[in-house]
Ligand binder design. Structure first.
Ligand code: ADP
Ligand code: MG
Length: 496
């Protein structure tokens, strides 16, 4: 059993340091160095050329749009843009890369020395220093068949799909992130979220975490105190949701603290994250001097972006997430607190899309931050992973607004949508969820309730209007919650 120290004790005793390596797949039409289409999915090994496979004699050519996107990312992260930079071969042997090297950048990244300001839940701004952002190509995808949870160990055979080989990536590497203290998990998750928002704002990637468009490697180390030298780090690979990032950091802090406090060393290694229980387990040992035998790529000319072009790109940068949030907060009339909650629930885009479908900001917020947030939390998923779209939510709210549904019925209809029963209108039909406003059925229930509660009727006659509630209750019950409460009240008053 892995020993863990209680998180609160761990961060009292030790100072956590983070390092984040984020890969983003660029949404270019073609791959980084060849004309094969860059599309998600597709039959295995169809979106490839000789270059994707690195066949002998094939030659790469740099994708101009990928360079443009990389520069935009660098600029948005307040980086210097290299006057001149080269690609390098990073040698390793693995079936997902047929060339046996990845074309990447090592000591000459396109962008370097930047920072990103990250807003935390309490409104504090935390600055993360960026070491570099460099261009590289993605590898193909191995599928190991027959072993436990898709690992190569114990597998009977492996399949390789090269469709993803050569897809353009930008990797953004932070400097060691110090000073986050007990908020290290939050800083890590909000940093990646802010990056994701920037990729979307720049329109350089769809940046969908669940598709692996954005992937984070999370380095964590502990030290006795903030002025001690850096401790030994572990690198948890490919963590692909904000919740997972938060949990992976938390878990590593608790695990490393338990080891250190019992006199054991932390082993420098890569680790795997397990979404089922929020734990990590050992991967391969990895030393700093890992020998990839980087050397300059002889088949590609250096990239030397003209200054004038870089300045044009800088001027053309769109509204970045921090500014957008401020604008939307004002447009929507949310308080600072409400907006921060919306941001940390990752509901900004969802609310924006719901509002675009005709719902008021307040109603959109109520749905996403209310029952849907609870549902997501219970299911341990992100809001965007729930089986309801902004459009469906807007349709649901429209049914509330036109009086077809009351709040209670609307929640039932939403349950149906989440359960895959169809659009709100379809669920309403299938489940028979209409508000009863045809008077015939209502009058009967109203009169029964009045007959059964003569004392309440007396009170109302005597001027105690608040007592009406005691009659509405039984009417609702008799109509299984489908009565329009306003109409019931009117019918009671008419009879009194
Ligand atoms: P690797 O090649 O092992 O992935 P990189 O330099 O690409 O190494 O990335 C390592 C990441 O970890 C960087 O973000 C770096 O700032 C960070 N880092 C380095 N040392 C430590 C440490 N002791 N504790 C936490 N993070 C660290
Ligand atoms: Mg790395």
């Amino acid at each position: 059993m892995t020993k863990l120290m209680k998180y609160q004790d761990a961060v009292k005793q030790f100072d956590p340091v983070l390092g984040l390596e984020v890969h983003v797949e660029l949404g270019t039409k073609t791959k980084m160095f060849d004309a094969a289409p860059n599309v998600f999915g597709g039959e295995p090994n169809t979106n490839i050329t000789e270059v994707s496979l690195g066949l002998p004699g094939s030659l790469p050519v740099v994708n101009h749009t990928a360079v443009e996107y990389a520069i935009k990312i660098g600029l948005a992260l307040n980086c210097q843009i290299a006057q001149h930079c080269r690609f390098a071969r990073k040698n390793y042997f693995y079936p997902d890369l047929a060339k046996a090297y990845q074309t990447s950048q090592s000591d000459e990244p396109i962008a370097f020395d930047g920072y990103l300001d990250v807003e935390l839940e309490d409104g504090e701004i935390f600055r993360v220093q960026i070491e570099r952002a460099h261009m590289e190509e993605d590898a193909g995808k191995n599928t190991h068949v027959g072993g436990a949870d898709g690992r190569i160990q114990g597998a009977d055979y492996s399949l390789v799909d090269y469709n993803r080989a050569g897809v353009p990536l930008v990797e953004i590497v932070t400097r060691p992130i110090e000073g986050a203290g007990e908020r290290a998990p939050e800083v890590a998750a909000r940093y990646v979220q802010t990056l994701r928002d920037i990729f979307r704002a720049l329109d350089v990637s769809e940046a969908r975490m669940e598709r692996g468009n954005v992937r984070a490697d999370v380095n964590v180390s502990l030290r006795e105190s903030p002025d001690a030298p850096l401790g030994t780090r572990t690198e948890t690979k490919n963590v692909n949701s904000f919740r997972a990032i938060e949990k992976a950091v938390r878990y590593e802090i608790s695990r490393q603290a338990a080891r250190l406090s019992s006199g054991e060393r932390v082993i420098q290694e890569t680790r795997h994250y397990h979404a089922e229980d929020g734990t990590t387990s050992a991967g391969r040992e990895k030393s700093d001097a890992e020998d990839y035998r980087y050397f300059p790529e002889p088949d590609l000319v250096p990239v030397a972006p003209p200054r004038q072009w870089v300045e044009q790109l800088r001027e053309g940068l769109p509204e970045l997430p921090a500014v957008r949030r401020r604008r939307l907060r004002e447009e929507w009339g949310f308080t600072e607190m409400e907006m921060r909650d919306v941001v940390s629930a990752d509901a900004v885009d969802l609310i924006e899309e719901t509002v675009a479908e005709g719902t008021t900001p307040a109603a959109a917020r109520k749905w996403w931050m209310g029952s849907l947030s609870r549902t997501a939390k219970e299911a341990d998923v992100e809001l965007s992973e729930l089986a309801v779209t902004p459009k469906q939510l807007a349709q649901l709210q429209a049914l509330v607004d036109d009086g077809s549904l009351n709040d209670k019925l609307a929640r039932q209809a939403l349950e149906g949508v989440l359960a895959g029963e169809g659009s709100p209108a379809e669920v309403v039909q299938k489940r028979g969820l209409k508000v009863v406003s045809d008077d015939g059925a209502l009058i009967e229930a109203v009169e029964q309730a009045m007959d059964a509660n003569p004392d309440v009727v007396e009170k109302i006659r005597g001027g105690k209007m608040a007592a009406v509630g005691a009659l509405i209750g039984p009417v609702m019950k008799a109509t299984r919650g489908q009565a329009d409460a306003g109409r019931v009240r009117e019918l009671i008053m008419e009879r009194i």
